[in-house]
Design a protein around this ligand. Structure first.
Ligand SMILES: NC(=O)c1ccc[n+]([C@@H]2O[C@H](COP(=O)([O-])OP(=O)(O)OC[C@H]3O[C@@H](n4cnc5c(N)ncnc54)[C@H](OP(=O)(O)O)[C@@H]3O)[C@@H](O)[C@H]2O)c1
Length: 263
C-alpha cells in the first residue's frame, strides 16, 4: 500500500510509539487521525505531523476504555475524514506486579484497553473497510505475548490475546482484501516502562536493549507498505520465544532467573 493521501488512524498517539508512528506515516504523505486522552499532547503531535507532511492531521480526544466514547468515534470519523485506510491499534498499558497482587482496577484497565477496546474498534473500522474491500489493520502486540516473564502475567495474557485475535482476523479478512499486521516489540524507550513499574527498576534494567521508537515506527510503516504479516523485534527475543516452544520447562527456569528476568 502506498500511504500517500491515505487516511491512517493511530490510537495512543499522544506519545511513545504512537507519536513516532504519526511522524513516520506523515513522512510517507498520509493524512492522520490521532487518538488518545491527553488533548494538548495530541494536538502537539498533530501539529508536528502536519509540518512534516503538509497533509491533514486530526486530533480526537478519547478514552478508549469508555464504551460510550468509542461508540461516538465512528460518526465523528465519518463526518471529519470519511473512510479509514489504515487502523493502527497502538494504545496499550501494562502494570508489572505479581499476578496474585495485581489490583482489580489495573487488571480491568489492561484488559479493557489492550484487548476489549482493540477488538471493538477493529470491528467498527473493519466493517467500513469490508464494505470498501480494502484496508490494513495493525495490532501492536508484544514479545511479552510470546515470552512471558514473572510480574507480567496479566499484561502477557492481554498481548497473547492480541496475537491470537490478529491471527484469526487475518484469515477472515484476507478474502476482503484487508491485511492484518501484528507487531511484537521487546522493550521500547517510552513512558510505558515508568507506568508499568514506577520505581524505574524495569526501565533501568532494560535500557541497554530497549528499542528506539522512531526506528521501530519506520519499520512498521515499511511493513504496512509491504503488506507484511508480522514484525518481531529484537530478533534475539523472537528466537528465544521460538526456542521456548521446544523446551518449556527449562525455559521457565531460565526466564525466571536473574540472568533474564528484568522485572
Ligand atoms: N514500551 C514498551 O516497552 C513496549 C513493549 C512492547 C509492546 N508495547 C506496546 O506498544 C504500544 C505503545 O506503547 P508505548 O510504549 O508507546 O507506551 P506509552 O508511551 O505509555 O503510550 C501509550 C499510549 O496509549 C495511550 N492511552 C493509554 N490509555 C489510554 C486510554 N484509556 N484511551 C486512549 N488512549 C490511551 C496514551 O495516551 P493518553 O495517556 O494520552 O491517553 C499513550 O499515547 C502499547 O500497545 C504497548 O503495550 C510497548
Amino acid at each position: 500500500m502506498n500511504l500517500t493521501n491515505k487516511t491512517v488512524l493511530i490510537t495512543g498517539a499522544s506519545g511513545g510509539l504512537g507519536a513516532a508512528l504519526a511522524y513516520a506515516a506523515a513522512a510517507r504523505g498520509a493524512n492522520l487521525v490521532l487518538c488518545a486522552r491527553r488533548g494538548e499532547r495530541l494536538r502537539q503531535v498533530a501539529a508536528r505531523a502536519r509540518a512534516i507532511s503538509g497533509k491533514r492531521a486530526d486530533a480526537i480526544r478519547i478514552d478508549l476504555t469508555q464504551p460510550d466514547q468509542l461508540d461516538r468515534l465512528l460518526p465523528i470519523l465519518q463526518q471529519k475524514v470519511g473512510a479509514v485506510d489504515v487502523l493502527i491499534n497502538n494504545a496499550g498499558v501494562g502494570y508489572f506486579e505479581n499476578a496474585l497482587d495485581l489490583p482489580d482496577e489495573k487488571l480491568r484497565q489492561i484488559m479493557r484497553l489492550d484487548v476489549v477496546s482493540l477488538i471493538q474498534l477493529t470491528q467498527k473500522i473493519g466493517l467500513t473497510m469490508a464494505a470498501l474491500r480494502r484496508g490494513t489493520i495493525v495490532n501492536i502486540g508484544s514479545q511479552a505475548g510470546k515470552l512471558v516473564t514473572p510480574k507480567a502475567s496479566v499484561y502477557a495474557a492481554a498481548k497473547a490475546a492480541v496475537i491470537a485475535y490478529s491471527n484469526g482476523l487475518r484469515m477472515e479478512l484476507r478474502p476482503l482484501n484487508i491485511h492484518v499486521l501484528t507487531v511484537n516489540p521487546g522493550p521500547i524507550k517510552t513512558e510505558f516502562a515508568h507506568i508499568a513499574d514506577p520505581t524505574d527498576h524495569y526501565a533501568q534494567a532494560v535500557a541497554a536493549i530497549a528499542l528506539d521508537p522512531e526506528q521501530l515506527a519506520k519499520k512498521i510503516i515499511r511493513g504496512i507498505e509491504r503488506d507484511l504479516r508480522e514484525i518481531n523485534a529484537p530478533w534475539p527475543m523472537e528466537l528465544a520465544a521460538k526456542l521456548r516452544t521446544f523446551a518449556p520447562g527449562i525455559a521457565d527456569h531460565l526466564i525466571a532467573s536473574p540472568l533474564f528476568n528484568r522485572k
